[in-house]
Design a protein around this ligand. Structure first.
Ligand code: ADP
Length: 555
């Protein structure tokens, strides 16, 4: 209160009051009673809207930008002017920021410029000429805060109400003043309630905008089972096409399915629920949601609103499912070479009589050697994956790498595992060397050539080619295998993703980490890898770009 101006005393300005007319006053009193009753009804309805607001906080001036408030104020000033029989009427509110009283538009009988210039009652003398004031009466606008027993616990003056130029009389009299005082009390209540109403309205709009923008689906229904809000995400999740569903019974909007059941259970049992639900919509296909309902309780503990929140956890569940599948495939991938190594070593150990000739023994040793290579590759892939997963960069051990020699070596090694395929190294011998990590580039190429062989179950030619491309070198690996269907092309780069469209691809063993790793390894070399061409049943071509000099690590 210290910052606020003292409430001005009701006062008369200028000329002495005219002769009092008992009849006019009586008539005006009757009309006034009707007006007061009307105002009281308005206040009551505002109070009802404000039911949820707990305390009346610091009052700040209203910017009457809202059309509905402008309308209320316009009829208020017109009515006050009519009752007090003035030509002009203006409400002024104290602005704590500027420290002066300012006209709260619209004012009656004042132009916009006059209203803007009319700043403070302290300068009223200057305003007399400017506003063409002959006579005037002013009353303070006081807000009274009452406790439960209707005792006034706080009073605050928020401004004043002026009425100028008494109609048909030289000036205002004491009755006019008292009348204005009474009206001012009502007007102050209307204004402060409107302020609070607008504040709540703005907060509500802000809250709604926030609700609309969040990714999770939010549905709010009231205790009567009517919808208060369904945000954009929830409409999309549930396939609700109509934007404005507020006020409708929830059962009309969510007619069947899991969401209807969830809301129904929450309403019926009046309890908070959490469950996982699966929804199928044409737009999003099958998705899994973590659905939760929360009860918002009123002061008496009864449920006012039920809020349901839907979070899309399909990706999490998918990765979990893929991880489980991954663990079982990795165990299988580890066990297969180990079983083979153990089998051949046991055979060789038991062969004391030298039943197998030298060539067969060498063949066994070669198989053991290959299986050991397979294990080493798998373990090295797994170690790299765990580095990537832990958010650590793949450390490169840099040296000059002769790509031609590396490609020849990888092609020969891969050819040694297969008789069905021809692995052709078409890389030109003069392909320039690059700076890179020899082992990791070997891993990139081994994975791609290994895949080209694996996913060509009927054999065919696998061709590795390469060319100089300015700051980088391009390598390609082409096969005549199964090919990759359009809808899998983006996904093959995701960890654990395996194509399971047909029996042929299902029959090939693998972990689904090869390409994911290849991508990271190529990127670590300032390059990239992509599927350049593929046709189901015809073959595929993967391309790798490697910078001649990789970026500095950590960049
Ligand atoms: P995997 O261990 O399953 O081979 P990758 O990450 O290396 O894992 O490959 C992911 C998927 O991409 C494979 O399961 C396979 O379906 C598909 N794929 C990769 N390379 C080829 C290829 N050359 N031809 C056809 N499909 C391929």
């Amino acid at each position: 209160m210290a910052d606020h101006p003292r409430p001005p005393e009701p006062r008369q300005t200028d000329l002495p009051p005219g002769p009092s007319d008992a009849d006019v006053i009586r008539r005006e009193r009757d009309r006034l009673q009707l007006v007061v009753a009307d105002l009281s009804r308005k206040i009551k309805s505002l109070e009802e809207q404000l039911e949820t607001a707990t305390t009346m906080t610091e009052v700040t001036p209203v910017i009457a930008s809202r059309p509905e408030l402008r309308k209320t104020l316009s009829s208020l000033v017109r009515r006050v002017a009519m009752i007090v029989q003035g030509e002009k009427c203006a409400i002024m509110l104290y602005n704590p920021e500027t420290g002066v009283l300012e006209v709260l538009p619209p004012a009656m009988g004042l132009t916009e410029d006059q209203a803007k210039a009319f700043k403070d009652q302290r300068t009223i003398k200057d305003n007399v000429a400017f506003l063409h004031v002959r006579s005037g009466v002013t009353a303070p606008l006081i807000i009274k805060r009452r406790d439960e027993d209707e005792h006034v616990v706080d009073e605050q003056c928020i401004g004043v109400i002026h009425v100028f130029n008494k109609r048909g009389a030289p000036g205002f009299n004491d009755d006019d003043m008292r009348l204005l005082e009474m009206l001012a009390t009502q007007a102050a209540a209307v204004i402060s309630n409107a302020q609070l109403y607008i504040k709540i309205q703005e907060e509500k709009e802000q809250l709604e905008a926030t609700f609309q923008s969040i990714q999770s689906g939010v549905i709010v229904i009231n205790r009567a089972g009517k919808i208060s809000l369904v945000n954009a995400a929830a409409r999309q999740i549930c396939g609700v096409s109509e934007a404005d569903v507020a006020g409708k019974p929830y059962a009309e909007v969510f007619t069947d399915g899991e969401v209807a059941r969830l809301l129904g259970d929450a309403v019926r049992h009046d309890e908070e629920l959490a469950r996982e639900i699966t929804l199928v919509t044409p737009a999003r296909g099958e998705r899994i949601y973590q659905a939760q309902t929360t009860l918002i309780r009123g002061e008496n503990g009864s449920t006012q609103n039920i809020v349901a929140i839907l979070n899309d956890i399909s990706d999490i569940r998918n990765v979990e499912r893929m991880k489980t599948a991954f663990v079982s495939t990795v165990s299988h991938e580890l066990r297969t070479p180990l079983t083979s190594i153990k089998g051949f070593i046991s055979t060789l150990l038991e062969d004391q009589e030298e039943y197998y000739d030298k060539d067969t023994r060498i063949e066994f040793y070669q198989i053991i050697d290959e299986e050991c290579d397979r294990l080493t590759r798998l373990i090295s892939d797994l170690l790299n994956i765990s580095r990537i997963e832990a958010g650590r960069a793949l450390e490169l051990v840099l040296s000059e790498v002769n790509l031609y020699e590396l490609c020849v070596r990888v092609c020969n090694a891969q050819q040694s595992y297969t008789t069905k395929h021809q692995v052709v190294c078409a890389v030109p011998p003069d392909l320039p060397p690059i700076i890179g990590d020899q082992d990791k580039i070997d891993q990139i190429l081994t994975n791609l050539v290994g895949n080209a062989i694996k996913y060509s179950p009927d054999g065919g030619t696998v061709t590795v080619d390469g060319r100089d491309d300015g700051d980088s070198v391009l390598l390609s690996v082409q096969d005549e295998g199964l090919g990759i269907a359009e809808h899998h092309r983006d996904k093959i780069w995701e960890r654990f993703h395996r194509v399971d469209d047909n029996v042929d691809s299902q029959a090939v063993s693998g972990t689904g980490i090869g390409l994911y790793l290849v991508k990271h390894l190529a990127e670590a070399h300032g390059g990239d890898v992509w599927l350049d061409w593929s046709e189901v049943g015809v073959g595929s071509r993967f391309m790798v770009r490697l910078a001649k000099v990789p970026p500095k690590q950590g960049e």
